[in-house]
Design a protein around this ligand. Structure first.
Ligand code: NAD
Ligand code: ZN
Length: 243
């Protein structure tokens, strides 16, 4: 890791008035939670990108629920890693003001982060496909859960590819993005919109962008500091320089 670059990035964080974090599936990879892209995104030869869609659920709800039950089982056995824990520490120190995540694994909240916006929802929440019922699973789903109000199928209350994000959550998120003068983007391929454009909002208003990823992304060309490496190693290394 480039020590000078790391120190400059640490200083940019410390000098910011309103520092925020944006995270994607890559931050949970070292907690052994698979991402969607590449080999990791395969489950029984299905491509995760094709399973996380409304049409896949309409076609085969029991297959989609089997996949979610598998993911819920997996996540319940995983623990937050040093990258999640560093973000908790920065929030406790008053350095990090807000955390916006695309992840649905709940690990930021389990690690202890408080001001978290889960823009794609949470894997354990449920909503009815027909009425306004919403609920929460306490353990991995078995079969297709049905609605206690109308008996229709329940679905995971997550945002699938092609769906819109919750307007109430988005209002808060855009307010935070517009306040930020520095932002760290961790483990996201910057391909899923609108989350991919969040850092650009900070940048357009003159804020500094720090990116942490194991490989360059669509964003890399526009960031101020690109820190190449694993989130679970890079964040603690940054933290050590922020005394
Ligand atoms: P993504 O588009 O955010 O891509 C993952 C990124 O993480 C890649 O750029 C990869 O290079 C990087 N990465 C991998 N290991 C890393 C590490 N150790 N440290 C830093 N960076 C690392 O995520 P995706 O998997 O394509 O998922 C797309 C959407 O699907 C997400 O926006 C999310 O809603 C959902 N998803 C969530 C989870 C989760 O909750 N953990 C997992 C998979 C997918
Ligand atoms: Zn219902």
């Amino acid at each position: 890791m480039n020590g000078v670059l790391l120190k400059e990035a640490a200083d940019a964080i410390l000098n910011a008035d309103y520092f925020i974090a944006l995270t994607g599936a890559g931050i949970s990879k070292e907690s052994k939670i698979p991402t969607f892209r590449g080999e990791d995104g395969l489950w029984r030869n299905y491509d995760a990108m094709e399973l996380a869609t409304p049409s896949a659920f309409t076609r085969n709800p029991s297959l989609i629920w089997e996949w979610y039950a598998w993911r819920q089982g997996l996540i319940s056995e995983c623990e937050p890693n040093p990258a999640h824990n560093t973000l908790v520490r920065w929030e406790e120190r008053g350095i990090l003001k807000t955390l916006i995540t695309q992840n649905v694994d709940g690990l930021h909240i389990r690690a202890g982060s408080v001001n978290v916006h889960e823009v794609h929802g949470d894997l354990w929440t449920l909503k009815c496909t027909s009425c306004n019922y919403r609920g929460r699973l306490m353990q991995p789903a078995t079969g297709i859960p049905s609605c206690p109000q109308c008996n229709n199928h329940l679905r995971p209350d997550v945002v699938w590819f092609g769906e819109l994000l919750d307007p109430v959550i988005m209002d808060h998120v855009y307010t935070e993005l517009e306040r930020a003068d520095a932002c760290i983007v961790i483990g996201t391929s910057a391909l899923v919109q609108p989350a991919a454009s969040f850092p650009l909002i900070v940048k357009q208003r003159g804020g500094k962008i720090i990116e942490v990823n194991v490989e360059p992304t669509m964003l890399t060309g526009t960031v101020d500091f690109y820190l190449s490496g694993k989130a679970g190693e890079t964040l603690p290394a940054l933290d050590e320089l922020m005394i």
